[in-house]
Design a protein around this ligand. Structure first.
Ligand SMILES: Cc1ncc(COP(=O)(O)O)c(C=O)c1O
Length: 328
């Protein structure tokens, strides 16, 4: 794993060491006041042995967005990319090259002052480690629209990849899981009227042959897969509408027979079809098959990631560039 510390206003002592436990003070400020952010990305080994990352600069930018929002220091682009390249080259044997598998990469930053008192920490630790993951063929999702609890509120930290967002979602999600749903479909915090996103992925609905996804307005994580799906769909001639998405609109379009397909997007699952959405006491049952728009987007995105089609968007980053970072 890669480790670097932020002390006295600068990032110091970058190094790669075997994955292992950290020795931490019980007063560590991130454990009390929650200054903790993370990212999620994947390294792939293509058929010709090339190691590639998908839009890594977007993860770097989002990490720094989260850092600014939580009053944490930003990571310089060179440090982030050089560390990742050197570490991936060293750990190349952990990147699977069997169909659809990849190395999941978890960059994270925590506040490390050992100080009891609510203030922004002055010291931080940035870590990066990974683990091989198989292709993620989840079963089609069963979701419940959440109308009591909220994940994020405008002006809060919903748009940041802050650890606390996930902590706040666990209890409501556990209630839905006990009722047989995989996840919740969160709604806005003010009226519970507008669909926002799932716990770890963004939401898309195919309505009247157009692709609808909630506009990002400060409460939704700006998913990199979301943005890729929007651009890919547009390149396939599909009209994409990014706007506030009312749950009542979904229901009326379902009842008219014009809302038949929905899916979730994220780094882990790429594109996960949704087979059921419960809204109050109505179950909206959706179509899941290989002729759906989600299947075709999934195939196109995978083909692009695994180097089987031309990368017309410039999203694939090959780990073959020189390494300027020095390990010590
Ligand atoms: C809350 C939330 N929304 C959406 C996403 C999807 O983002 P991405 O496509 O960048 O993985 C994630 C996963 O990172 C997430 O945790």
């Amino acid at each position: 794993m890669f480790e670097v510390d932020f002390k006295n206003g600068e990032w110091v002592n970058p190094h790669i060491k075997p994955y292992g436990n950290l020795s931490l003070s019980p007063a560590l400020s991130c454990m009390h006041y929650g200054q903790a952010i993370f990212e999620g990305m994947k390294a792939i080994k293509t058929d010709d042995g090339e190691i590639t990352l998908f839009r890594p600069f977007d993860n770097w930018e989002r990490l720094n967005f989260s850092a600014r929002r939580l009053k944490m220091p930003e990571i310089p682009k060179g440090l982030f990319m050089d560390a990742m390249e050197l570490w991936l080259k060293l750990d190349e044997q952990w990147i699977p090259n069997v169909g659809g598998a990849s190395l999941y990469i978890r960059p994270l930053m925590i506040a490390t002052d050992d100080y009891l008192g609510v203030k922004a920490s002055e010291s931080y630790k940035f870590l990066m480690y990974g683990c091989p993951v198989s292709s993620y063929y989840s079963e089609p999702l069963r979701l419940r629209i959440e109308e009591q609890y909220v994940r994020a509120v405008r002006g809060g930290v919903g748009e940041a990849k802050a650890a606390g967002n996930y902590a706040a979602s666990m209890y409501p999600a556990s209630l839905a899981q006990a009722e047989g749903f995989h996840q919740l479909l969160w709604t806005d915090a003010i009226e519970h009227k507008y669909i926002e996103e799932l716990g770890t992925s963004n939401f898309f609905a195919v309505i009247d042959n157009k692709l609808f996804t909630p506009a990002t307005n400060g409460t939704i994580l700006k998913g990199i897969t979301r943005d890729s799906v929007i651009k890919l769909a547009e390149s396939m001639g599909v009209e994409v509408i990014q706007a506030p998405l009312e749950k009542g609109f979904l229901l009326s379009k379902y009842q008219e027979g014009n809302f038949k397909e929905a899916f979730a997007t994220g780094t882990a699952a790429t594109i996960a079809p949704i087979k059921l959405i419960r809204f109050g006491d109505v179950d909206m049952e959706l179509t899941v098959d290989e002729h759906s728009l989600s299947s075709s987007l999934h195939r196109s995105l995978d083909a692009l990631k695994y180097g089987k089609t031309e990368d017309q968007f410039g999203w694939i980053y090959s780990i073959s560039h020189g390494v300027s970072f020095e390990s010590n």
